[in-house]
Design a protein around this ligand. Structure first.
Ligand SMILES: [Cu+2]
Length: 353
C-alpha cells in the first residue's frame, strides 16, 4: 500500500518549519516461518528552509538555495496480540556476561576461570515498567507469551517483537512543541499496556494542537495495572533520524528512510514450520553418472503462479483536503489549498502602498 500525504512537521527550533509531500509505503510481509514483518518506507519531496551557512549544524545544503532540515520520523503501530487466547504476559529476555570457575582446568595455561554468556528471563508485571527501549546492543528481546499454553518442549508460546531496519525512537524528547505530551509514545521503542476499548490509538490528528494537554495522552494508558496474564497490546515505534544530504534531493532516499519490526514466533511452534510448506521439490542425485536428476514434487502441481493480477493502469487522484473538524474541503485554487495547508504556520503581512 502506498499512501501519499501532505503534512507539516515542527523541528525543535521554532525558526525551522518543514513542509513536505511524502510518499509512504507500508509493507506487511508474511514469512513462511510464521514471522510477520511490518515495514514503513518514506520517500517524496523534502521541502526545507533557505540555505544559509550559519544553519549548517541544523541540516544539509541540498540545492543552490535550499537546505533540508534535520528531523525525526516517528510512526507508532498498535499490535493487538492474542497468543493462545487473551491471557498474555510480557517476557523480557536479556543476555549478560558471567565469569565462572572450572576447577578441572586448574592446570590450564590460561587459568581455571572462563567468561561466558548467560540468558536471563523475567516477566514484567506492571504496566508502568513496560515503557521500553530495546536492550543495549540488542542483547535479548521482549516477547508476548501465554504462560498457560506451552509448546512441546515446555516453553510458553509467544511472539517476539524484534527490531528491524532503523529501530529508533525520537531524538528530541523534551521539545515543548513536538513530544511534550502529544507524541510521548515516540520516547520508546515499544510499550505494553492492558488492552482497552477506551484506548484505541496512541495519538489523534488533533494532538499537535495541544502539546501539553493533548486529546490522547499516551502516558495515561500506563496507570500501574498488573499485566500478568491479561489481554495485552504492544505499541511499537518505527522511524528514522533524517539528516538530509544531497542525495535526498529531489526525493528522500527510500532505501535508508525505511524502518521496520518483526513479529517472530518464539516457541510458538515445536519446530520451524516453513519445513511443512508443501510446495517443495526434493532433488535426488542420479544413480549413474550423466543421468538426469530425479525429483519428487510431493504431488503439488508446479504450474501454479503467485503473480498477482495486473494492477490498474496508472491514474492520478486529486489531493483531498480536510478542515480542522475533519470535514472534507474543496479548495477552489491552489492558493486556497496552500492557505489551508499552512494555516498553523502562516503569517500574512499586509503593507499599505
Ligand atoms: Cu525525513
Amino acid at each position: 500500500m502506498i499512501t501519499r500525504y501532505l503534512f507539516s512537521l515542527f523541528t525543535d527550533r521554532t525558526a525551522h518549519v518543514l513542509i513536505r509531500i511524502y510518499t509512504t509505503q507500508f509493507d506487511y510481509i508474511f514469512h513462511l516461518d510464521g514471522t510477520i514483518e511490518v515495514r514503513v518506507s518514506a520517500s517524496g519531496y523534502l521541502m526545507g528552509g533557505y540555505w544559509e551557512p550559519n544553519e549548517a549544524p541544523y541540516g544539509g545544503r541540498i540545492r543552490e538555495t535550499n537546505m533540508g532540515n534535520i528531523h525525526d520520523h516517528v510512526i507508532n503501530f498498535k499490535v493487538d496480540f492474542d497468543i493462545g487466547g487473551t491471557n498474555n504476559s510480557l517476557l523480557a529476555t536479556t543476555t549478560r556476561e558471567e565469569t565462572v570457575e572450572h576447577p578441572w582446568l586448574d592446570d590450564d595455561d590460561w587459568g581455571s576461570t572462563r567468561v561466558q554468556q548467560k540468558i536471563n528471563k523475567q516477566y514484567i508485571e506492571n504496566e508502568n515498567d513496560a515503557l521500553l527501549k530495546y536492550p543495549p546492543n540488542f542483547q535479548g528481546h521482549y516477547a508476548i507469551v501465554n504462560q498457560d499454553v506451552k509448546n512441546r518442549w515446555g516453553y510458553p508460546k509467544g511472539y517476539i517483537i524484534h527490531p528491524g531496519y532503523n529501530p529508533v525512537h525520537a531524538t528530541v524528547v523534551g521539545s515543548n512543541k513536538l513530544t511534550l505530551e502529544n507524541a510521548n509514545w515516540a520516547k520508546y521503542n515499544l510499550a505494553v499496556s492492558k488492552r482497552k476499548e477506551t484506548e484505541p490509538s496512541s495519538s489523534s490528528m488533533w494532538n499537535m494542537n495541544l502539546p501539553g494537554s493533548p486529546v490522547v495522552n499516551f502516558h495515561k494508558f500506563f496507570d500501574g495495572e498488573n499485566i500478568t496474564q491479561e489481554d495485552l497490546v504492544v505499541w511499537v515505534n518505527v522511524g528514522t533520524h533524517h539528516l538530509p544530504q544531497a542525495e535526498d534531493s529531489p526525493n528522500t532516499k527510500m532505501n535508508t528512510a525505511t524502518s521496520s519490526f518483526f513479529l517472530v514466533p518464539f516457541n510458538y511452534f515445536d519446530h520451524d514450520v516453513s519445513m511443512d510448506s508443501a510446495n517443495a521439490i526434493l532433488l535426488s542425485t542420479p544413480k549413474v553418472a550423466g543421468d538426469p536428476f530425479t525429483y519428487d514434487d510431493y504431488g503439488v502441481k508446479q504450474d501454479y503462479t503467485c503473480i498477482p493480477e495486473a494492477p490498474e493502469p496508472f491514474g492520478y487522484r486529486d489531493i483531498e483536503m480536510y478542515d480542522v473538524e475533519g470535514r472534507k474541503e474543496e479548495p477552489k485554487s491552489s492558493e486556497e489549498m496552500r492557505e489551508m495547508k499552512e494555516m498553523y504556520l502562516r503569517m500574512r503581512v499586509k503593507v499599505d502602498p
